[in-house]
Design a protein around this ligand. Structure first.
Ligand code: PEP
Ligand code: MG
Length: 561
């Protein structure tokens, strides 16, 4: 068997795998209010269906939990316990008997009542609202004969095919169960793509033909090339399986062939990531995205909770450096408790450090928690940086706020062209800069990082972006301040060479990229990095820049990159 049909998208997380397609089920719709059983129906039998569904959903989740490991097993067990909650079932049954509601409507209303109570209790209890709505949707799906919502549970690993995936859902994907992700929508530097990459799940986004792939079809997914081949040949499958065998590793020391040191750091989102990054040999954390601790929360975690979470990340890097980024909410990471009113252009709105203007308490709490965690882990070098800085005033205010909290090393992210062009004056105040090439590309090229349709522009190889990286590095050199890169560009081994040649002093990336980036740098001297950087920044297009650098780096082919 074998076909020549190929679905093309944008490869956002590398890796080649083969597995059957499984579609993400549609979201469960609310059953119409007031939908009642036909007159004369057996209400006891209808009420019994609620209990039977609850038992079936619980058994399904328990079975899935048995097959899973770690966090996902615990999550599935907790949801199973919620499905078996006798008070939820009893309340729904009463609504069937007393009000003659159809079982699915009765479940919906009973779950909403539980959710409202939990919401009122606030804190940890309010966090359980999501579990209740998850159970509600599963029960409604079971009662109405629909496929259970959320990440499908299968006894075998599979390729998840979806119209799009929310970051919160991507964060729950278990790499043991989900071999790869293929979505019809999505952009190359969306947080969904970043999460897939950090979990080591190959991913292809903006694949227009994805939704035509039938459930169960064998797919060969290439997350670097951005291709999906249905029904691959036996030979192609054999090649994929053979390659998965001997991965490269990183020895924890980043330098060029002529011993010019380049710190190779990790991007992490939570304590588990941090441990994995430390195990992968990362020389430190160049970007700790603290917002992942806030995602899907109905209120900000309090100082104690934040201190504990940050402390766990710092603990994983004793003797090394961790750069903690303060909350970067907004745009593709909206937080309900911060963003009450919708904005017409959220990427250009109140996001990143700008939120501190409206909610200074959120930044204050966060700096308090970071300072406490740093004090509890004196062996770790803790730096702090602010996202989405545009002006000297913002920089001064942030550095001063950090100093008030006893955080002596405060930096800025350079993600807005104004910050790149003003790097010198900004770095007269800030102690370091870290270039976020994902947003810097979005704002330089006026191309939404979430939108597949403008993916050609959303490319950090664009010479305009490279020139802004160069301007930032020059500003840093003038003030004798280090300038790193923590956007996805740092994880591309060829682009890493260019960034080093442009004057960048550290590269922070998903830990999985460390071995490849380290190997290419170790084979390239600084003079070559500079020559190739000049060629790329002076090229007329992203494609020309890429081609010029590739031509000057035969090591890429030698390493199979
Ligand atoms: C970036 O913009 O490059 C960056 C690292 O920040 P984030 O991806 O979290 O917006
Ligand atoms: Mg950013």
């Amino acid at each position: 068997m074998g076909s020549t049909y190929v679905v093309r998208g944008i490869g956002v997380s590398p890796g080649r795998v083969v597995g059957p397609a499984v579609r993400l089920p549609d979201a469960v719709a609310e059953p119409p209010a007031g939908r009642r059983l036909p007159p004369g129906s057996d209400t006891d039998a209808a009420a019994e269906r609620v209990a039977a569904s609850a038992a079936a959903v619980r058994d399904e989740l328990d079975a899935a939990a048995q097959a899973a490991e770690g966090d996902s097993a615990a999550l599935l067990h907790a949801t199973a316990a919620m499905a078996a909650d006798p008070s939820l079932v009893a309340d729904a049954q009463q609504r069937v008997r007393d009000e003659h509601l159809v079982p699915e409507r009765a479940v919906w209303e009973a779950a909403d009542a539980v959710a409202a109570e939990l919401q009122l209790l606030g804190g940890y209890m309010a966090e359980r609202v999501r579990d209740v709505t998850d159970v509600r949707d599963r029960l409604v799906a079971h009662l109405t004969g629909l496929q259970a919502p959320g990440v499908p549970v299968r006894p075998y690993p599979y390729v998840l095919v979806a119209p799009d995936l929310a970051p919160a859902l991507t964060a729950t994907l278990d790499p043991q169960r989900v071999l790869a992700v293929v979505t019809a929508a999505g952009g190359p530097t969306s947080h969904t793509a970043i999460l897939a990459r950090s979990r080591g799940i190959p991913a292809v986004v903006a694949a227009a033909g994805a939704l035509d792939l039938a459930e169960g079809t064998q797919l060969l997914v290439d997350g670097a090339a951005g291709t999906v081949v249905p029904d691959p040949t036996d030979d192609a499958v054999r090649r994929v399986r053979a390659r998965g065998a001997a991965p490269r590793t990183f020895d924890g020391d980043g330098r060029t062939a002529d011993d010019h040191r380049v710190e190779l750091l990790a991007n992490v989102g939570d304590p588990a990531d941090a441990q994995a990054a430390a195990d992968a040999g990362a020389q430190g954390v160049g970007l700790f995205r603290t917002e992942f601790a806030f995602l899907d929360r109905t209120q900000a975690p309090d100082v104690d909770e934040q201190t504990a979470a940050y402390g766990r990340v710092l603990a994983a890097f004793a003797g090394r450096k961790v750069v903690v980024r303060t909350l970067d909410a907004g745009a593709d990471k909206p937080l309900p408790f911060l963003h009450a009113a919708p904005e017409a252009n959220p990427a250009l709105g109140v996001r990143g450090l700008r939120v501190a203007q409206e909610r200074p308490d959120v930044l204050e709490d966060q700096l308090t928690a970071i300072a406490r965690a740093a004090a509890e882990h004196p062996g770790t070098t803790t730096w702090v940086m602010a996202p989405m800085v545009a002006t000297v005033d913002e920089t001064e205010a942030f550095v001063a706020a950090c100093a008030r909290h006893g955080l002596p090393t405060a930096g800025i992210m350079v993600e807005i062209p104004s910050a790149a062009l003003m790097a010198g004056p900004l770095l007269a105040h800030a102690h370091f800069a870290s270039i976020g090439t994902n947003d810097l590309t979005q704002y330089t090229m006026a191309a939404d990082r979430l939108l597949g349709a403008v993916a050609g522009l959303s490319d950090a190889w664009q010479p305009a972006v490279l020139r802004l990286v160069e301007a930032t590095a020059l500003g840093g050199a003038a003030q004798a301040r280090p300038v790193g890169v923590c956007g996805e560009a740092a994880a591309d081994p060829a682009l890493a060479v260019v960034l080093v040649g442009l004057g960048v002093t550290s590269l922070s990336m998903t830990p999985r990229a460390l071995p490849d980036v380290a190997a290419v740098l170790a084979a390239t001297d600084l003079a070559t990095c500079r020559v190739l950087a000049r060629r790329a920044a002076d090229a007329a297009s992203a494609a020309d820049a890429r081609a010029a650098v590739r031509a000057g780096l035969p090591v890429l082919d030698e390493l199979g990159l």
